[in-house]
Write a new protein. Structure first.
Length: 284
């Protein structure tokens, strides 16, 4: 019974990681840059839900609105700033880190440095046999599975997905074929931002809202993309599964203070022997 409970907790935390990593991985694969403000996009998704809740609006409305708010924000940011960094990936990392810092400290000021609690839209548990399972964590798992399937279908079964994959493989050839790659880059960045916003909206009832809520996931998301392999759809998902399950499972085995360092040690060992990631074929 304890094993089933542990497996469910691992699945719930891993689902959160997959949502965050999927957006980061698509942007990294498509544009060749790592968005170090991705954790703050998660924060903005959570903050959107907080604003709705404080305004007396349904929490569900905030959760639905968060990915759209972040998509618009991401598109505007890409068109105004991010696209200037494509030729210099190192500068892109520093630039997005600076953007994230501005976002984080702005939200910290708006929150007054305090932690805010937001109730679960679907509180309580349901019982299977002798075990109780959180309804809201189950919703997170179900939404994650739906997003993975929808994203895969979008990238592999639609014309826009074909254009994205073509632009990823050979941008020059894609442009010569009349594909508007700048528009695709904007759409891709907006899509990744929306996924981060959705992740933040879903997890904020589980974690108290603070300006640092995205930081705990950013480095793990970065490791997940590196483990899985940049340039694939399945790679980041697999990497997030490994990192998420490891991060959630280790505190059951070792003392919590050692769990996080061990996650990085395990990830570094894997990267040492698989520098290209788990999956190097089947690019987006």
């Amino acid at each position: 019974m304890d094993f089933v409970k542990l497996a469910f907790d691992l699945l719930a935390f891993t689902s959160v990681m997959v949502l965050i990593v999927l957006g980061l991985g698509v942007v990294a694969s498509m544009m060749g840059i790592f968005n170090f403000a991705h954790g703050e996009f998660v924060l903005l998704g959570a903050y959107t839900v907080f604003i709705f809740h404080e305004s007396g609006l349904p929490i569900w409305a905030g959760i639905v609105a968060a990915p759209f708010v972040l998509a618009v924000f991401g598109a505007a940011l890409e068109r105004s700033i991010i696209r200037r960094f494509y030729a210099a990936p190192i500068i892109a990392m520093l630039g997005t880190y600076a953007i994230g810092l501005v976002i984080r400290e702005t939200v910290r000021g708006l929150l007054g440095g305090h932690y805010k609690s937001i109730p679960e839209p679907l509180p309580g548990v349901f019982t299977l046999g002798d075990l109780d399972f959180s309804i809201w964590r189950t919703v997170i798992v179900a939404v994650t599975l739906a997003v993975i399937v929808a994203s895969w279908l979008l990238l592999t079964r639609t014309s826009i997905g074909l254009q994205i994959r073509g632009s990823l493989e050979n941008p020059a050839l894609a442009r010569s074929c009349g594909i508007a790659t700048p528009r695709l880059y904007t759409l891709t960045f907006a899509f990744g931002s929306a996924l981060a916003g959705l992740a933040g909206a879903l997890i904020v009832p589980l974690y108290q809202l603070s300006a640092d809520i995205g930081l705990r996931f950013l480095v793990q998301a970065f490791l997940s993309v590196m483990l899985g392999g940049v340039g694939t759809f399945e790679g980041p998902v697999l990497g997030a599964t490994v990192v998420g399950a490891t991060a959630a499972g280790l505190p059951w085995i070792v003392i919590p203070v050692l769990a996080d360092p061990l996650v990085f040690v395990i990830a570094l060992v894997i990267v040492k022997f698989r520098p290209q990631g788990f999956i190097t074929q089947g690019r987006l």
